[in-house]
Write a protein that binds this ligand. Structure first.
Ligand SMILES: Cc1cc2nc3c(=O)[nH]c(=O)nc-3n(C[C@H](O)[C@H](O)[C@H](O)COP(=O)(O)OP(=O)(O)OC[C@H]3O[C@@H](n4cnc5c(N)ncnc54)[C@H](O)[C@@H]3O)c2cc1C
Length: 392
């Protein structure tokens, strides 16, 4: 069977692969983009509740987790949110800023996929969908990839197959298997931006399923102020998803349920409203069921005026740093992204090329770079895809 020759083969037609293919194609490179799914950009389509939170105008390198926190700096600086916004504007896709710098389509995520596919068409990218990737070999300075009944060769191969989060959408750990075969290290992948589960003493809180509150969630020195949501399995909501990326098994997280109260507020309340109870004060500030559960747990019955200052201060401290001991996460099935991945130590931060394997590149979520919730992960996909496209 004849082999099709390309300048680069990109595995994975998701956010990073589409960006990389379109930019390299428009630079005059002959590009083949291969995906086992029957359509390109499936995660883009479901992202942001169908409206795709396509970037964040507050993108800075400190909003990304990686064993090397400096790795993402170069790519993020060279392809910025403004660059992607310019592309979106050129296609007259209407968008709005929702909160915390997050940009969403007014219409549908389909517009972003259509835009990227049009960009690929302008770069004459060959797109092959619906066939599993078979053998991937390297020899005589070319990569040889079999898929379906075809075989293609190219001097460059880009791994853009993402991470294993949401396997029912076709997500796999293929990137890691391939990387390991070429002797690239893989930082232990783990679910991130994922709900946390509660057990043991915390199980009582599961009865609050559906209750949410504006809180500060904290892990070590990392803090996020956003909504937390109690679920029938534990904790979710943006504040928890954010903190989950930092959480490791066995660690506690702490929740400040009253982040706007200044230190000493409960002692002041004791002085000003001695006949009030902790339960009543919490009831005025928090959803009823949450207030009742916290009050019950604190166990301070009776009027504030009858309590010692030490007890009042201890209760206030508890409410400002309520310890939860998650017993796990809801796993890759519910994780918005995968933290960890192909080690940045083995990649060039300028080009995403493997240092010791010429012509092999890795981009997007497959790499050990994970953004916060809020459009950062797509910005990394665009930026890393663009960086590799300058080099292949
Ligand atoms: C529900 C949900 C909502 C999200 N919302 C947002 C959001 O609003 N904003 C944001 O910034 N991020 C969001 N994300 C994260 C974002 O979708 C990912 O970070 C991003 O898609 C990663 O891009 P990627 O190209 O690296 O991987 P992907 O987009 O996952 O693409 C990987 C591609 O590789 C293909 N593939 C996998 N294995 C193989 C294989 N063995 N052979 C061939 N092809 C293969 C897949 O079919 C897929 O098309 C969301 C994620 C989820 C799950």
């Amino acid at each position: 069977m004849p082999e099709d020759r390309y300048d680069a083969i990109i595995l994975g037609a998701g956010a990073a692969g589409l960006m990389c293919a379109s930019v390299a194609g428009q630079r005059g490179r002959r590009i083949l983009l291969v995906d086992h799914a029957d359509a390109a950009g499936k995660k883009i389509l479901i992202s942001g509740g169908g409206r795709c939170n396509f970037t964040n105008v507050g993108t800075t390198p400190d909003r990304f987790l990686s064993a090397n926190p400096h790795f993402a700096r170069s790519a993020l600086a060279r392809y910025t949110p403004a660059d992607f916004i310019a592309l979106v504007d050129a296609y007259t896709i209407a968008w709005h800023e929702k909160t915390l710098g997050q940009l969403f389509c007014d219409g549908s995520a389909r517009q972003i996929v259509a835009m990227l596919l049009d960009q690929c068409a302008r770069g004459a990218v060959d797109i092959a969908l619906g066939d599993a990737v078979g053998a991937v070999d390297h020899g005589d300075d070319v990569y040889r990839v079999s898929f379906g009944r075809r075989t293609a060769t190219a001097p460059s191969l880009v791994i853009a197959t993402g991470g294993p989060s949401i396997p029912k959408m076709g997500a796999t750990g293929f990137a890691y298997d391939l990387a390991r075969r070429f002797r690239l290290k893989v930082v232990e992948p783990r679910p991130a931006l994922v709900p946390l589960t509660l057990g043991g003493d915390d199980v009582l809180f599961r009865s609050l399923s559906g209750v949410s509150a504006d809180v500060v969630a904290q892990h070590d020195k990392t803090r996020f102020r956003e909504a937390a949501l109690f679920t029938h399995r534990g904790l979710s909501g943006p504040a928890i998803l954010q903190i989950s990326s930092y959480w490791r098994h066995g660690d506690p997280i702490r929740i400040d349920f009253l982040p706007d109260r200044s230190a000493g507020w409960l002692k002041s309340a004791k002085r000003d409203q001695p006949r009030a109870t902790v339960a009543r004060l919490l009831g005025a500030a928090l959803p009823d069921r949450l207030a009742a559960t916290l009050a019950e747990r604190i166990g301070l019955d009776g009027e504030l005026g009858g309590l010692t200052d030490a007890k009042v201060t201890a209760a206030e401290r508890m409410l400002a740093a309520w310890p939860f001991h998650p017993n796990g996460t809801e796993g890759f099935a519910k994780a918005e992204v995968t933290a960890g991945g192909i080690s940045t130590a083995d990649l060039s931060s300028q080009t995403m090329e493997a240092r010791k394997v010429p012509g092999l590149y890795a981009i997007g979520e497959a790499v050990d770079v994970t953004g916060w919730l809020g459009g950062y992960n797509f910005q990394w996909a665009w930026a890393s895809g663009w960086a590799a496209a300058q080099s292949i």
